[in-house]
Every structure is written in C-alpha cells, then in structure tokens.
Design a protein around this ligand. Structure first.
Ligand code: GDP
Ligand code: MG
Length: 597
C-alpha cells in the first residue's frame, strides 16, 4: 500500500468509556464484518477480558475506508491495553501510531488513566482527536465535557467530535476527520527493514504470533529475520494482516501493520518493543524505546492441596508462553509447603494470573501478601535484591531502597482533603495540583509503590465515593527507613507472614497480625505466644491460651461409639494441620490470615 493512504491510530479511553464498542462500529462501517456476524466487542478475544471488561492484549485490525475524497484508505486500528500494569505495552502500541482518538464518556468526563495515556501519546507526538462518546445517554453533558477536553488538549470546544458508539451516530464523520488529521506514516522504503514489535501472542496451533509495525524497508515471507535485542534469527513462515481474521500477504512495507509467524514457541523470544530486521542485510540501529519487561510486584503462590504442585508448575509454564512479563521460581515455606515465588507487573497482573490459574487449570491457590522489590545496601558495600521478605538480610544494613511511582489522581474538588489525607498516610509527596474545570482537580504525587500495592485503590474509591481515579507510572527508587517484621509462633518465625514495612508502620502491622493469628489459631495443650519482632526485638505479643479440658471429658466416659467418632474427626482435622515448631496450626488459619489482608 502507498504509505500516503495509510493511517495508523489507536483509541485512548478509560475502562467502560466505549472503546470496544466504537471498534465494533468501525469494523461494521468498513464492511469487513457483516452485520449478521457481528458480536459485541468483536476484538476482545480472551474470555477473561470480556468478563472483566478490560483489554489485556492489544490487537491490530486493518480497516478499508473510503473517505470523502473518494480515495480508499487503509486504517490500522491498534487496540491498546487499558490498565496501568501494562503501561509499557501501551507506550509501545502508541509508538506504532501517528494518531490517537481520545475517547471520553460524555456522562463521566475524563479519568486519570485517560489523562496518563494522553500525556504518553503527546510525548510520542501523536495527533489527538478528541471525541465524546455516549451522546445518546440522557445523562450526557457533551457541552460541559467538550470544554474540559478542549482545555486539556488546547483546542476549541467545537473541535471536539460527538458520537454514539452504540447507535453509530457520528462514527463515519469521525473516520473522515481521522483521515484528514492523522499524518500518513513516513519511512525509508529502500532502507534495510526495521519493524517494531508491539504485541506478541502465543497461539496453541501456530506458535507465537508477533504483531509488528514496519518503519523502514519491507518484511517479506520466507526471509530470515533477526531480533535486534538478542541477535537471534528466525525464519518467517507467514506474514499477514488482521482484517478482521488473519489473512496472508506477501509482505509488509513502510507504515504497514500486520503479524508475522516464525515458529517460536515462547513470547519471550519475540518481545514487545524489540526491533525486527532482516538477517541478511540488516539495519544497524534499533528503533528507540526498547526495555525488558520487569516484574514489580512479587507474591508466593501455593496450591492448597500439596499434590497440586506439579499442576501449578505446568500451568505457570503454559501461561508464560503468552506472558513475557510473568516470572516464577520454586519456593518453599514452612507454613505453606511447596510453591512458587512469582513476579508480576502489578496487582491487576497478579489478580488476572491467579484467576486464570484457578479457572483454566482448576487449581485452588493461596497467595502471600504482595511485596515490591527492595535493594538493600550493607555497610560493607555489598548489595542484595530482595523479592521475598523472608530473604531480607541480617546484619549491618546501610540503606534500603524501594521503588517509587508518579501517581496522577483525578477527582471532583470536594474530595481533595480526603485524597491528601490518604496520600500522606501512605508516605506520599504532593508534586502539584491543577483544576481541570471549576469542580475537577488533577493531583500529582510521588508514592512508594509498596504503599499502592495493598489496598490504596480500594481506599481511594471508598473515600471518594468511587469518583476519583488513579494512574501511576514507575519513577525510580528512594532510600527509606524500612524494616522487616517477623511473626513468631512460640519463638518460631512463620515465613509466610514476614513483611518489609516502614518503621513507622511496623507496630501497626505487628499488632494487627498477632491479633489476627490469636483469633484464628485454635487453643493448644499449652499456652502459645504469638509475637511480632524486628530482628530480636519484640514489638507486639498476644497469647493463645491453653485448653483447659480434654476433648474426651465432655463425653462423661459413657458412649464408646461417640468417643471413637470424635477421635476420628480429630485425626482427619490433623491431616490438614501444619506444624510450626511444636505448634499445630490448621492450614485454614494461614489461609484466612493471608486473605483478609
Ligand atoms: P471499553 O471498556 O472502553 O472497551 O468499553 P465498552 O465498549 O466495553 O463499553 C462499556 C459499556 O458502555 C458497554 O455496556 C457498552 O454497551 C456501553 N456503551 C458504549 N458506547 C456507548 C454509547 O455510545 N452509548 C451508550 N448508551 N452506551 C455505550
Ligand atoms: Mg474494551
């Protein structure tokens, strides 16, 4: 295709503002999906995406469109993942475009996530087309939000397009504007091929399907290609475009978007952000912006049934074929048995992974409280990377570094006080605050990532009646006064409950956990102390009192069969007991202590 007739674009929107529905209307308008084949949210392929209403993996679809000038254009819609956990994938899919539709619900206004993605799009020099959706809703306030949008991106309110993705109203006009305002791709046709990978998906039948945007030169079938970050070469078995089903083509030229299949079996060999060139006469310089996916949040995953351990390992290996960011290694816990320490991009990534393991592999799992990665520098200059609190080094520590994020919060101005209180309690630092309109405020904070991974989002929602929204991006590390708090049962550390917390929060964590365990662990034959300690210093203590009466004494020595039944029941219960030192703890107790966070 002549690059002058190509337009590559994406849709930036908050969850539920109508991105998938708008994509559906575009598919119908271009005629590549017949009305009778149409199903809602055509492009959201994974079940879990449909259920949770989020897009995890981006997709690229090619739409022919005849514009007002009677020329037929090729529009490539690149669907970006909407969640902050996947912000690196978002940034790569934005880099594959020249323009972005900024889609905002006309009854809701702009949200933090949209704003963060908009800033990312502006950094990538994309042409922005502001669009208000759902104008068919009685609650829509298109005039009000057109002002707001115009104020943020610096255009006139009258430049803001108004559509209904549901009814299709205004969608054709939108595509015409897109052709007019989004620049055609530019690249050097006779240069060595350079294409950026913006997504990579494992398919059971075809291996890894890699989505690319060609910048220079051409990729053609049966050529050998090279992954520039590693130098690995592969044979190209198929080149194609999605329209909306995969369709083979001979090659992809400057500005084109499509997929390639090389026969690799693992998405880690075909990484998002990497540059593909031809193996024979390759380019020397990679396209900018490549970075390795780095797990930010760690948690131990353990099967509730110990015999499920091999199933869990196979399941994690299978998920990794499709998820370059998922990391795991075996781990054992005295309390929980055999499991895996897993690394995730963020909390949502953790939740999705866990839900998929439970659903697709029929596993019952218990996960330890999530923690971030700490860098510990000792007084003698040695360094430790700690991804598991129980590995926090002993000895003379000079400094502990923790990852921090830059957070953007958007809220009605009524809740500014509540948000400030929350952020201050979480060791936040206010960077700035702007009024987007008279009743909507944007606040920017730096916050330790560890303070966000627990229940920050829930707290934010409850303190603002659901009105505030949050987005964040990692922003280096800071030295903090962090300590490891251990929980001990009769003097024995229970590894699954160790946590790295700020010194100011250590006491609160210690008292909360000891109280919880005192309530959850049944009485033993003797008194059992539950303690929280920093090193050898005990900071909180509770006692599980001893049982007074023997169970059998309740039976008054009378009914023999009743006695036997009781004994059997006790035996059964014991099977699911874990020994911590001399203390018997039902696994249930660990599970509920960990799940009530
Ligand atoms: P996404 O999360 O941005 O992909 O949003 P969806 O496309 O899944 O839409 C979220 C919800 O809004 C769905 O229930 C849609 O049916 C609804 N929706 C989307 N566009 C419109 C619209 O223009 N008008 C109305 N009334 N509802 C819409
Ligand atoms: Mg969607």
């Amino acid at each position: 295709t002549d690059p002058a007739l190509i337009r590559n674009f994406c849709i930036i929107a908050h969850i539920d503002h109508g991105k998938s529905t708008l994509a559906d209307r575009m598919l119908q308008l271009s005629g590549i999906v017949e009305d009778r084949q149409m199903r809602a949210q055509y492009l959201d392929r994974m079940d879990i995406e449909r259920e949770r209403g989020i897009t995890i993996k981006s997709q690229a679809v090619r739409l022919p469109f005849t514009a007002l000038d009677d020329a037929t254009y090729v529009l490539n819609l690149i669907d970006t993942p909407g969640h902050v956990d996947f912000s690196y994938e978002v940034s790569r899919s934005l880099a594959a475009c020249e323009g972005a539709i900024l889609l905002v619900d006309a009854a809701q206004g702009i949200e933090a996530q949209t704003l963060a993605n908009l800033y990312m799009a502006l950094e990538n020099d994309l042409a922005i087309i502001p669009v208000l959706n759902k104008i068919d809703l009685p609650a829509a306030q298109p005039e009000k939000y057109a002002e707001e949008l115009a104020g943020i991106i610096g255009c006139e309110p009258s430049d803001v397009l108004k559509v209904s993705a549901k009814t299709g109203e205004g969608v054709e006009e939108l595509l015409n504007e897109l052709v007019r305002q989004v620049p055609a791709p530019v690249g050097v046709a006779d240069a060595p091929a350079r294409a950026m990978i913006f997504d990579s998906v494992y398919d059971t039948y075809r291996g890894v399907v890699t989505y690319v945007r060609v910048v220079d030169g051409e990729l053609s079938t049966r050529e050998r290609i090279e992954m520039m970050s590693t130098g690995a070469t592969h044979e190209m078995l198929e080149v194609g475009v999605i329209s909306p089903e995969p369709t083979k083509v001979d090659g992809l030229g400057v500005g084109e978007v499509g997929y390639i299949i090389t026969g690799v079996k693992d998405v880690r060999q075909s990484k998002v952000g990497d540059t593909i060139t031809s193996a024979a006469k390759g380019a020397t310089e990679m396209l900018p912006g490549y970075q390795d996916a780095k797990p930010m949040v760690f948690s131990g995953l353990y099967p509730i049934e110990g015999t499920d351990y091999p199933v869990l390992r196979d399941a994690l290996e299978k998920l990794q074929l499709n998820d370059a960011a998922l990391a795991f290694e075996p781990e054992t816990s005295a309390a929980l048995g055999f499991g895996f320490r897993c690394g995730f991009l963020g909390l949502l990534h953790l939740e999705i992974t866990r839900a998929r393991l439970e659903r697709e592999f029929d596993l019952a799992l218990i996960s330890t409280a999530p923690n971030v990665v700490y860098r510990v520098v000792m007084e003698d200059g040695t360094e430790h990377t700690v991804t598991n609190p129980s590995e926090f080094p002993e000895g003379k520590i000079d400094q502990v570094f923790e990852p921090v994020v830059k957070a953007t919060l958007l809220s009605p101005s009524d809740y500014v006080g509540a948000i400030m209180e929350l952020c201050q309690g979480r060791r936040g630092n206010l960077l700035g605050m702007d009024y987007l309109s008279e009743d909507r405020v944007e606040m920017r904070y730096t916050l330790p990532l560890a303070e966000i991974v627990f229940d920050f989002f829930d707290q934010l929602k409850s303190r603002t009646k659901g009105y505030a929204s949050l987005d964040y991006d990692t922003s280096g590390e800071q030295a903090s006064d962090l300590v490891k708090v251990d929980i001990l049962l009769q003097g024995e550390t229970v590894d699954a409950f160790s946590a790295i917390v700020h010194r100011d929060h250590a006491y609160a964590y210690g008292t909360e956990m000891t109280k919880k365990l005192r309530e959850l662990i049944p009485r033993q034959q003797y008194e059992v102390p539950v303690q929280a300690a920093i090193g050898s210093r005990v900071i909180a203590r509770e006692n599980i009192r001893a049982i007074r009466k023997d169970v059998l004494s309740k039976c008054y020595g009378g009914d023999i069969s009743r006695k036997r039944k009781l004994l059997e029941k006790q035996k059964e219960g014991k099977k699911r007991m874990k020994m911590v030192g001399r203390v018997e703890v039902p696994q249930e107790a660990f599970i509920s202590a960990l799940s009530t966070g």
